[in-house]
Every structure is written in structure tokens, then in C-alpha cells.
Design a protein around this ligand. Sequence first.
Ligand code: GTP
Ligand code: MG
Length: 203
Amino acid sequence: MLVKSAEFVMSNSDVAKCPKNRMPEYAFIGRSNVGKSSLINMLTNKKSLAKTSGKPGKTQLINHFLINKNWYLVDLPGYGYAKVSKSSKQTFQKFITQYFSLREQLVSAFVLVDIRHDPQLIDLEFMQWLGENGVPFSIVFTKADKLKPKAIENHIESYKSVLLETWEDMPKYFVTSSSKDIGKEDVLGYIEGLNDNMELSNI
Ligand code: GTP
Ligand code: MG
């Protein structure tokens, strides 16, 4: 899929104030610093559309970006960042939970995990929560430029074996690198397929 236009629409901390139209949307979630905002910039070919930082805790709100004037990418704050104060952590958690529980336009979430790390409890628990709440998701392994192909394969295999302890099937997954432009067509092609299905089911 060709991204012809990508525009920032709004930031807010209240799911009730998110765009009211019925365009499909896709949300990026995962630990702070995993590369959610960078992935949005890679997918849209715009280096500074979503704000990124070397320090965790950069994205603090629900951010809507309108793509090709007919669907949204949504950048969310990360979880698991120890230095965020307890009260702001609770606020994030509340609006992230509300976003995933209430946002009817959400077609699928992408849970980002750093390909270099072994499966982390916080990510596994979050995926479990999405499953229990009926939110479809796929996994995006990020920062693939940091590992050699064989190590990537090994990490994915070990991730699979952990997930298959609780899931019947391995969720769909993508291997990406925002700095080396890896995985862009895979993710965009997947979204395009879901968008087409949505249009068919609306006929
Ligand atoms: P929060 O908004 O704080 O939750 O973080 P985030 O998940 O949006 O991460 P962000 O995109 O801001 O990236 C965090 C850091 O990781 C930045 O220094 C990025 O340059 C770096 N980074 C992101 N993606 C990649 C990647 O694919 N490869 C490499 N090498 N670095 C990356
Ligand atoms: Mg961010």
C-alpha cells in the first residue's frame, strides 16, 4: 500500500474525545522506548510525524494520525516505564485501558516488543488482557537491525514457544526495523487487507 498522505489530527487523554467518524484505526502499544512512534514515522515516510526520543516516556497521550484520508494510525504511551510517577502511571493505565475497551473503531492493535529481549511478563500479561477483552492484535518485533538474521530467528522461536504455553496459535507477527526500513510493506499490506475486509463488510 502506498501512503500518500499522513497528517496529525489530535492528541488527548480521553477516549470519548477521539475522532467521532467511523474510519478504521490501528493502535501501537508496548513498553516505553520499544519504538512505537518511530514505527509510525517509518510506515508514513515522515521522520518527525510522531515524536520520538532516546529516553522512555516520550508519548504521553492518545495521538491520532490520519492516513490517506481514510484510516488512522494511533500512537499511545508506553507501559512499564519505572520513572513515571505513580499518579501519572495510573492515569495512563486508565486511559489506555479505556481506549482498548471502548474504542469501537479499533480494528487491531499492534503490540510491539524489542526483538533483542526474552519474553517479558508485562508484554505477555498485556496480550493476555487484550485476548480476554476481545481486542484483536498482532505482534511487531522492533529493532531487528540490532541482531543478525540467525539471532532473529532464535528469538522468534523462543517467543513462540512461550506464547504457545497459553495461546492455541502464535498470533500474527512482523519483524521490523524503523532505522533500516524493514517490514514496512508487510505491516502496510496487512492493514490494507483489513481495511478492504472492513469495506466489504460495510456493503
Ligand atoms: P515512548 O513514547 O516513550 O513510549 O517510546 P516509543 O515506543 O514511542 O519509542 P520511540 O519511537 O520514541 O523510540 C525510542 C528509541 O528507540 C529512539 O531512540 C529511537 O531512535 C530508537 N528506535 C526506534 N526504533 C528503532 C529501530 O528499529 N532500530 C533502532 N536501532 N533504534 C530504534
Ligand atoms: Mg512514543
